[in-house]
Design a protein around this ligand. Structure first.
Ligand SMILES: C[S@@+](CC[C@H](N)C(=O)[O-])C[C@H]1O[C@@H](n2cnc3c(N)ncnc32)[C@H](O)[C@@H]1O
Length: 260
């Protein structure tokens, strides 16, 4: 049976997620490079790269960049945008928990998983598998930056379910409902989008569910994978991390050099 992430990431959800982000991508990339300082011209993997907004900026700064995503729609956009910007980037379609067939061990200086792209799998063991894959493709001494939901804050903010209506793009209306399921430790969301920009109104209805990790849990998982935790901060593009307040957590870890 198909998992939700195989059908949720279509053009309309991408338009809603990414159109509000164009202004912040530059400062996110600057911050990532400042924190991780990969070697000049080094290799970066943008895991779950979406429409390539970070990949293109890494490439412009002289890094050999690869973007991997499952959505063929977003990869198409990413390829078009990188061509327009005259950047040579490998955009690959794949599943982030199974990147064995795409990359050799010890390939990348930096891997990033940005804007809440972790915890998508039915079983938590698949999230752990993804982390093991990242570890394998990083060079010893290479860094991994993960930016995902923070269960501490999710639990506090979603004590009861919430839903709201908005118009994220002119003439596109959406209802966004979310709840936290404590037994499964998952956030369950539903998006209903009504796009009235064309003569024929289009309706999208999609659900997503995400495993959420407290800061302690995620750090423990990263350590169990073999990583050394180096830096922790809040929501991209920055800020102090507060375990019960900050919606996202961002953690920079390193693959130890001794793992050669
Ligand atoms: C919230 S978006 C983030 C995109 C991008 N990192 C950004 O910051 O703009 C999540 C992305 O994860 C991708 N994705 C979901 N499941 C995936 C999987 N199993 N393997 C690879 N990519 C996946 C989606 O297609 C989508 O582009």
């Amino acid at each position: 049976m198909k998992e939700w992430w195989q059908s949720f990431f279509v053009p309309i959800t991408g338009e809603i997620m990414f159109s509000s982000k164009t202004d912040t991508s530059g400062s996110e990339v600057d911050q990532i490079l400042q924190m991780s300082h990969p070697k000049k011209g080094g290799k970066i993997l943008d895991l779950a790269c979406g429409s390539g907004r970070h990949s293109i900026l890494f490439s412009k700064k002289g890094f050999l960049t690869t973007g991997l995503d499952y959505s063929k729609f977003y990869l198409n956009d990413a390829r078009k945008a990188s061509k327009k910007e005259r950047q040579r980037i490998d955009f690959i379609q794949g599943d982030m928990k199974n990147i064995k067939s795409h990359f050799k061990p010890n390939t990348f200086d930096l891997v990033v998983s940005l804007y809440n792209s972790f915890g998508y799998f039915k079983k938590r063991s698949a999230d752990s598998q993804m982390l093991r894959e990242v570890y394998r493709v990083l060079k010893p001494g290479g860094k991994f930056i993960i930016n995902t939901l923070n269960a501490g804050s999710v639990k506090a903010k979603l004590k009861s379910s919430i839903s709201s209506g908005r118009e994220p793009i002119k003439n596109v209306f959406m209802i966004d409902a979310a709840r936290f399921e404590p037994d499964q430790k998952k956030i369950l969301c539903e998006w209903v989008i009504i796009d009235t920009r064309m003569t024929k109104t289009k309706l999208f209805r999609g659900k997503f569910e995400q495993n959420v990790y407290t800061h302690t849990e995620l750090k423990a998982l990263l350590k169990a994978t073999g990583f050394k935790v180096k830096i922790v901060w809040g929501l991209l593009p920055g800020g102090k991390f507060e375990p019960n307040k900050t919606w996202h957590q961002t953690i920079l870890v390193e693959k130890p050099v001794r793992s050669l």
